[in-house]
Design a protein around this ligand. Structure first.
Ligand SMILES: *[C@@H]1O[C@H](CO)[C@@H](O)[C@H](O)[C@H]1NC(C)=O
Ligand SMILES: *[C@@H]1O[C@H](CO)[C@@H](O)[C@H](O)[C@H]1NC(C)=O
Length: 373
């Protein structure tokens, strides 16, 4: 069976069912961890409720709520200790990050447990499987698989992998990253080798707020990279800018965000360029049961945790942000999202709804009231 197409989930329909369902969802939160972290309670609860309303859109449509189980009481868990061992961590961040992990873990288990979701790499379509296997990097010595997502610190992880395999001296070596050389991709292995590694290795990936990732791809590729301007930019302008349909001299270096979004809406999520393909389609979190899903928003502590889990030698650390790194600020995101028409937004968000709901990111507030500020 094919996984549901993202476009199928209209955002408008579920509005009425929201408030009641949020209460259901809250019951499933582990009350123990909430009590433990009373200092962060308000923000986490608000967050959980917003997340729930985003994730629940999908669950309501799929009739999944009946299968939400209240978790058993938890004793000491392996995970709960990790952040405390990491250095200099704010206990509030610690608790909030753990609750996020638990919500995310449970959301993924519930949604991926549904019959119509893929349950193994072999039940994906050949194209989906090819994309997935080409995005999983292998390290046999430390026995782990890393599914890389462009625009989510993937160059830095590739550096770490190259240092671990001895191809690079240290993570801070000042060279331009080659994204293919000295890396082992799961797609280059035989089926039985793939099967063994998927079963026995530690598997992880990193996610990021979907619109922030999209904007980061847009600004980087269309603002800075000539090859993308020529390949995608020119095509987008010919397709979506009035009077340019037959213009062969288009440079493609001034694609607007709205034009980019219109292009995305006409693209099939399974065939998109990896920089804007939804994370779901790149890493297939239902077909692969990841042991850990880190967040870009907690990059440092989550990366520390992974390095510990894979027993990286002490000299291997996660690289610092590059000095040229331009973060996507709240204001920038607000500016670009609010520059879109309500009609485009209502179509764009469903295209990425599995990234919002599975990885528990609240849908952005794009009401006209909010955009007026
Ligand atoms: C989810 O929780 C289970 C059980 O605690 C654990 O084995 C698994 O690694 C977790 N998965 C993620 C993605 O955190
Ligand atoms: C969106 O923002 C507006 C204005 O700040 C606020 O009144 C409204 O409650 C927000 N909506 C949601 C769903 O957060």
């Amino acid at each position: 069976m094919m996984p549901p197409r993202n476009q199928d989930f209209g955002l408008k329909k579920a509005g009425g069912a929201r408030s009641g369902s949020v209460i259901n969802f809250r019951k499933t939160l582990n009350s123990g961890s909430l009590r433990r972290s009373s200092a962060v309670l308000p923000s986490v609860l608000t967050f959980a409720v917003i997340v729930a309303s985003g994730g629940l859109l999908l669950m309501i449509e799929k009739g999944m709520l009946n299968s939400m189980e209240t978790p058993p009481p938890r004793g000491y868990s392996k995970r709960s200790g990790y952040l405390r061992q990491a250095r200099n961590l704010d206990p509030a961040v610690d608790a909030e990050s753990q609750i996020l992990q638990e919500i995310r873990n449970r959301t993924i288990r519930t949604m991926c447990g549904q019959k119509n979701m893929p349950h193994s790499v072999w039940s994906l379509s050949p194209l989906q499987r090819k994309t997935l296997l080409q995005h999983i990097l292998v390290n046999d010595e430390h026995r782990f698989l890393y599914c890389y997502v462009p625009k989510v610190a993937c160059s830095n992880w590739k550096r770490v992998l190259k240092v671990l395999s001895g191809a690079l001296e240290n993570v801070d070596v000042n060279i331009k990253m080659n994204h293919k050389s000295d890396l082992l991709f799961l797609s280059s292995l035989k089926p039985e080798e793939i099967r063994y590694r998927l079963k026995h290795y530690f598997k992880f990936m990193f996610v990021r707020e979907p619109m922030e990732r999209l904007l980061s791809a847009y600004r980087n590729k269309f603002g800075e990279i000539k090859a993308y301007q020529e390949k995608y930019g020119a095509e987008i302008i010919r397709r979506y800018r009035k009077g340019h349909a037959k213009d062969t001299a288009v440079a493609g270096d001034d694609v607007t965000f709205a034009e980019f979004v219109r292009y995305l809406l006409d693209e099939d999520v399974d065939r998109m360029n990896e920089h804007w393909m939804p994370i779901y389609n790149l890493c297939q979190p239902c077909a692969v049961s990841y042991d850990f899903i880190g967040s870009y928003e907690h990059l440092e502590s989550d990366a520390d945790y992974v390095l510990q889990r894979i027993s990286a030698p002490p000299h291997v650390h996660f690289p610092e942000r590059q000095t040229w790194y331009k973060p996507v600020t709240k204001e920038t995101l607000h500016y670009y999202l609010c520059s879109l028409s309500q009609k485009l937004l209502r179509e764009l968000l469903p295209k990425y709804i599995l990234d919002f709901s599975l990885f528990t990111y609240p849908l952005p507030n794009t009401t006209t009231e909010y955009c007026r500020h």
